[in-house]
Ligand binder design. Structure first.
Ligand code: PSU
Length: 305
């Protein structure tokens, strides 16, 4: 199956030698942030992972080719690409046949990371159950992928653009362990707490690496969701950001935005309404997640049987 994927030389070497690797998604570059902040974020996150002693592997589809590990020219092209597809796992085959370029969502990136043999993946926020899902049925494929693909995903929780209690319910149904790092609470992306408890709390990256190994050793095929709260100094005031999110959700509703356009629309709208404060927080939390994911990868490479 590895022949399906084109690995960068650096990632291929790291896989061969068992060096720590952190996978990164690319929808956050193509649909989650505007240019040039997206490019700076992508470069900065890769540099941070290297500083922690791991190898970054940004994943995307370029001209129909499944790529694991991008070079700087690839990142630059992706950050500016127009009409680029947002590909979840189910979209990959058609995108390949049509030789399209796509940013990979959490679900697609998890699947490709697993195919490549990469255990850990860092992102900002995962998709979840959208508000009003009892009418729209809009539940991100990310949650179902977490239920069947054994990648550990480090995120900052989920945004309150989503219905967070329902998102946690689906994760429970999908048998996905939800572990908060250094916190009792499940974080809400821009803020350190959603007001809901996480199922488990672990306080060290070594403990998280051990949990990954035990989860697998017992035959579980599901992913693990690590919820890493945004650093205190970067968190937004809950009343400010919640109001902004409510306004963005109402505007999406009025304009009939749905399906795969909904999350990118809400992200862009929140950034506009918050005058860039959400983007700044988003970048800070992605960087924090990348650093923690790299530390977990280093511990995991040490403990792995
Ligand atoms: N949430 C964010 N930023 C993002 C995304 C989600 O805060 O960029 C992206 C991720 O790639 C995620 C995808 O996998 O959106 C989920 O999209 P949907 O809700 O359509 O499943």
């Amino acid at each position: 199956m590895k022949d399906l994927i084109k690995l960068s030389a650096e990632v291929a070497d790291a896989l061969q030698s068992g060096a720590p690797i952190v996978a990164l998604e690319s929808t956050i570059i193509t649909h989650g942030m505007p240019y040039p902040a997206n490019l700076e974020m992508a470069r900065g996150v890769e540099a941070l992972i290297r500083d922690e002693g791991a190898v970054p592997a940004t994943i995307a589809v370029i001209d129909g080719e499944l790529r694991v590990g991008l070079n700087d020219a690839d990142l630059e092209a992706l950050a500016q690409a127009k009409d680029v597809v947002k590909a979840s796992g189910r979209d990959l085959a058609a995108v390949m046949v049509r030789k399209q370029t796509a940013g990979t969502t959490v679900s697609a990136t998890m699947r490709l990371a697993e195919l490549a043999g990469i255990a850990i993946f860092a992102t900002g926020g995962v998709g979840g159950v959208h508000r009003g899902a009892e009418q729209s049925f809009d539940i991100s494929a990310d949650l179902l992928e977490l239920g069947q693909t054994g990648t550990t995903v480090v995120c900052a929780g989920v945004k309150s653009i989503l219905d967070i209690p329902k998102t946690l319910e689906v994760l429970e149904t999908q048998r996905v362990p939800v572990i908060a790092y250094g916190s009792d609470d499940f974080p809400a992306f821009f803020t350190r707490s959603s007001g809901l408890k996480a199922d488990h709390r672990l306080d060290s990256v070594e403990d998280i690496a051990q949990a990954m190994i035990l989860h697998r050793a017992m035959g579980s095929q599901t992913g693990i969701l690590i919820a890493n709260p945004i650093p205190e100094g970067d968190a937004l005031d809950p009343s400010f950001i919640d109001g902004t999110i409510d306004d963005a959700v109402a505007e999406a509703d009025r304009n009939g935005i749905g399906r795969k356009e909904l999350t990118p629309f809400l992200l862009a709208k929140i950034n506009e309404l918050s005058e860039g404060r959400s983007l700044k927080a988003n970048i800070a939390l992605v960087r924090n997640n990348a650093a923690v994911a790299a530390q977990i990868a280093v511990a995991h490479a040490r403990f792995r049987p």
